[in-house]
Design a binder for this molecule. Structure first.
Ligand code: SF4
Length: 375
């Protein structure tokens, strides 16, 4: 059996204004209790012994925890599972929450990919987002990560921020590229309910770039990264050759993964389930020996195919229909012939032999394409 592993560390120093991730500005005893509970969850996995091609520590802010604690969690996973010798092992980190010796210790513990939540190089933009770091701390963190031996480094950036101009975004992009990361994740800001940004927007207190400007920013990201030697392999992700994020590819290929921690999602043997979200309830349930499952869904034949198409079309390589038919033993081409013809007529989808993929225009409309395949 094979499964990629995701570990969710739900703590942050402060909640950012746009963030709807399962993260909490908490500290003190709950953190220790969480770590103990996490070890308990790992210890009782029914999938011990599974072969593991990728591991990803995400959050929240994983580097909220100290290096010894993080190394201890990774060691525990390595005892429970068969992590492949060349596995990609990623840790997310936030500039402003890392130290040089911490990064050295993490690299030594086996983490071989680091992903920094940079978001912007502009002091005012960072403040407005409630980020705790300064642009200077980004440079410092990247330097420390390189010195620690991280040769696979990602920077996350957000565009279409409040009042952001194309020029301002271009400047952020240039500064990110100048740091020569192996990978860039460039996301458009999404307004999520229950965030400070959302409430400000509802009250008319947040001005966002209009759709035309957002598209210009996206096109600029594509052009600049291409010119700098990055290959766009997913709607929002760009990599130097050979540095595509293997863990995220597992999600987009709809392959099995196991999630540990509050709110973590797992997908094994056609069943997807989500852990209870709040850290206190997560700890309580583990201490009481109760189930962690918040919700669970068993996907049937065509649901699995629809999801695999929806996820797979996020990748610029697209989806191989013959392989999909063999995987699910269903007549995929015949079933979706009409949907595909409609999407092709709109100029959103193209077909080449057994492969279908979104066009450059289609990448902008992925959510609509996804709906067409899921209906
Ligand atoms: S650091 Fe990341 S996870 Fe934490 S609050 Fe900010 S955006 Fe959310």
């Amino acid at each position: 059996m094979q499964a990629s592993l995701y570990v969710h560390i739900p703590f942050c120093h402060r909640k950012c204004g746009y963030c709807d991730f399962n993260s909490y500005a908490m500290a003190g005893a709950i953190v220790e209790a969480f770590v103990e509970a996490l070890h308990r969850e790992i210890a009782q996995t029914p999938y011990a012994g599974a072969r593991v091609p990728t591991v990803f520590f995400g959050g929240g802010t994983p580097t909220f925890l100290d290096e010894k604690t993080l190394a201890g969690i990774l060691e525990h996973l390595a005892r429970q599972f068969r992590i492949e010798p060349n596995a990609e092992i990623t840790i997310e980190a936030n500039p402003g929450s890392v130290r040089a010796e911490q990064l050295r210790a993490l690299r030594q513990a086996g983490f071989n990919r680091i992903s920094f939540g940079v978001q912007s190089f502009d002091e005012a933009e960072l403040k407005r987002m409630d980020r705790i770091h300064s642009p200077q701390e980004v440079y410092q963190s990247v330097e420390w990560a390189r010195a620690a031996g991280f040769e696979n480094l990602n920077l996350d950036l957000i565009f279409a921020l409040p009042d952001q101009t194309v020029e301002r975004w271009a400047s952020n992009l240039e500064q990110a590229i100048a740091l020569n990361p192996e990978h860039l994740s460039l996301y458009a800001l999404m307004l999520e309910p229950n965030t400070r940004f959302y409430h400000l927007y509802q009250k008319g207190l947040l001005r966002l770039p209009d759709e035309e400007v957002q598209v210009a920013m996206y096109r600029l990201a594509q052009a600049r990264t291409r010119a700098a030697g990055y290959h766009q392999y997913e709607i929002s992700n760009y990599a130097k050759p050979g540095y595509e994020c293997q863990h995220n590819l597992v999600y987009w290929r709809n392959e099995p993964y196991l999630g540990f921690g509050p709110g973590a999602v797992s997908y094994m043997e056609g069943v997807r389930w989500t852990n209870i979200k709040h850290p206190r309830e997560y700890v309580r349930r583990l201490q009481a020996g109760e189930s962690l499952v918040l919700e669970s869904e068993a996907l049937e034949g065509w649901e699995k195919v629809g999801e695999t198409l929806m996820l797979g079309l996020r990748m610029t390589a697209g989806v191989n229909l013959a392989a999909l038919e063999a995987r699910f033993n269903l007549p995929v081409r015949a079933h979706y012939a009409e949907v595909m013809a409609q999407l092709q007529a709109r100029g959103w989808l193209e077909q080449e032999g057994d492969w279908i993929r979104l066009t450059d225009e289609g990448l902008l409309w992925h959510s609509e394409v996804a709906l067409a395949f899921l209906e």
